[in-house]
Design a protein around this ligand. Structure first.
Ligand SMILES: CC(C)(COP(=O)(O)OP(=O)(O)OC[C@H]1O[C@@H](n2cnc3c(N)ncnc32)[C@H](O)[C@@H]1O)[C@@H](O)C(=O)NCCC(=O)NCCS
Ligand SMILES: Nc1ncnc2c1ncn2[C@@H]1O[C@H](COP(=O)(O)OP(=O)(O)OP(=O)(O)O)[C@@H](O)[C@H]1O
Length: 285
C-alpha cells in the first residue's frame, strides 16, 4: 500500500469526519420517519429535538477525525481496538456534554466510528463490503479496557435473546449490506427522489432489525409492529407511492402510540449513507 504524506492523511481524516457528521445530520433531518426525531418534530422522544441532534452530530466531528487519524493504514489488532474503544468512549462524553446528558447518538458513534476507522485502515479507498468486513474484524476483538456498565441495549439482547448493536457490527452490518444499501440504490434506479430512496432504505432496515431501542421501550409487540409496518410500506410500492405513504403514516401513528422509536435503525441508516458516500465521494445526492 502506498504511504501518504502526513498532510494528505490529515486531509482524508478531515474529509471522513465531515462526511460522517453530515450523514448524521441527513439522517436526523430526513422526514417523515416513524417514531423518530425528524424535521417535523420529536417523534416518540420527550428529551430530543432536531436542534439537539444536530448539535450532537457536530460535537462528534473531532472524534471521527481522531478515529480516522489513529487508524490510518493500521492492521486490526488489540492495540488499535483499545485506541478506538477509548476514542469512542471519549466521543460519548463529548456527546453527553453537548446535549446536557441526553443520549442522542450512542449507537451511531459505535457503528459510524467503526466504519470511519475501517476506511482509514484501508487507506481511504475501499468498497463498502471491504469496509464492513474490516469494521467487523475490529468489533470482534476484545476491548479489555471497557468498563462493565449496565446498558438498556444489553439488557434487551439478554431478555429477548436477540442480536443487538454489538452483533450487527460483528456480523459485518448485514442490515446495511443486505437490506439498506441495495434498497437505497434500487429506489434511486426506480426514479424515486433522494428523500424517498432514503426512507425506503430505512424501511428495509426496519423489516428485520431487532432494534433494542424499540424492545426497551415497547417490548416484542413494538418490535413486531415496526417490522410488519415497514414491510407494508415496501410492499405498497415504497414511500414514493401514495399507498406506501399511507402505510408509512399509519406506522408513524402506531410507533407513537406504543412510545416506540427505532433509534438503532436510524443509526444504521446514517451508516448506510456514509458507506454510500464512500463509494461515490464526488456525487452530492
Ligand atoms: C456497542 C455499544 C453501542 C453499546 O451497546 P449496548 O448494546 O450495550 O447498548 P446501548 O443501549 O448503550 O446502545 C445501543 C444503541 O445501539 C443502537 N441499536 C439498537 N439495536 C441495534 C441493532 N440491532 N443494530 C444496530 N444498532 C442498534 C441504538 O441506537 C441503541 O441506542 C457502544 O456504545 C459501545 O460499547 N461502545 C464502547 C466504545 C467502543 O468500543 N467504541 C468503538 C467504536 S467508536
Ligand atoms: N433521528 C433519530 N431520532 C431518535 N433517535 C435516534 C435518531 N437517530 C438515531 N437515534 C438513536 O436512538 C438512540 C436514542 O434512543 P433512546 O432514547 O431509546 O435511548 P436512551 O436514552 O438510552 O433511552 P430512553 O430515552 O428510553 O431513556 C440514540 O442512541 C441514537 O443512536
Amino acid at each position: 500500500m502506498k504511504l501518504l504524506p502526513r498532510l494528505q492523511v490529515e486531509g482524508s481524516a478531515e474529509w471522513l469526519a465531515r462526511a460522517a457528521t453530515q450523514c448524521l445530520i441527513d439522517e436526523a433531518r430526513l422526514s417523515p420517519k416513524p417514531g423518530l426525531v425528524d424535521s417535523r418534530g420529536n417523534g416518540a422522544h420527550h428529551d430530543l429535538t432536531l436542534a439537539l441532534m444536530e448539535r450532537s452530530a457536530h460535537s462528534l466531528t473531532p472524534t471521527f477525525q481522531a478515529l480516522a487519524q489513529q487508524s490510518w493504514q493500521r492492521p486490526a489488532d488489540i492495540a488499535l481496538r483499545q485506541t478506538i474503544g477509548r476514542l469512542g468512549r471519549e466521543g460519548e462524553q463529548q456527546m453527553m456534554a453537548a446535549t446536557n446528558g441526553v443520549n442522542t447518538h450512542r449507537g451511531a458513534i459505535w457503528a459510524l466510528g467503526l466504519l470511519v476507522s475501517a476506511v482509514a485502515m484501508l487507506g481511504g479507498d475501499a468498497h463498502a463490503q471491504q469496509v464492513a468486513d474490516t469494521a467487523a474484524g475490529l468489533a470482534r476483538l476484545p476491548d479489555d479496557a471497557a468498563p462493565k456498565v449496565f446498558s438498556k441495549g444489553l439488557r434487551a439482547t439478554h431478555r429477548y435473546q436477540v442480536p443487538g448493536a454489538r452483533e450487527e457490527a460483528q456480523q459485518a452490518f448485514p442490515h446495511i449490506m443486505h437490506y439498506a444499501l441495495p434498497q437505497l440504490r434500487q429506489s434511486r434506479l426506480n426514479g424515486s427522489s433522494e428523500t424517498h430512496a432514503r426512507l425506503d432504505a430505512l424501511m428495509a432496515i426496519m423489516t428485520s432489525l431487532t432494534d433494542t431501542c424499540v424492545l426497551s421501550r415497547a417490548g416484542m409487540d413494538g418490535l413486531e409492529a415496526m417490522q410488519h409496518g415497514a414491510r407494508a410500506v415496501l410492499s405498497a410500492g415504497g414511500s414514493a407511492h401514495p399507498a406506501g405513504q399511507q402505510a408509512l403514516a399509519m406506522l408513524d401513528r402506531q410507533m407513537l402510540a406504543l412510545n416506540a422509536s427505532p433509534g438503532g435503525a436510524a443509526d444504521l441508516l446514517a451508516a448506510t449513507l456514509f458507506l454510500d458516500r464512500i463509494e461515490s465521494p464526488y456525487l452530492t445526492h
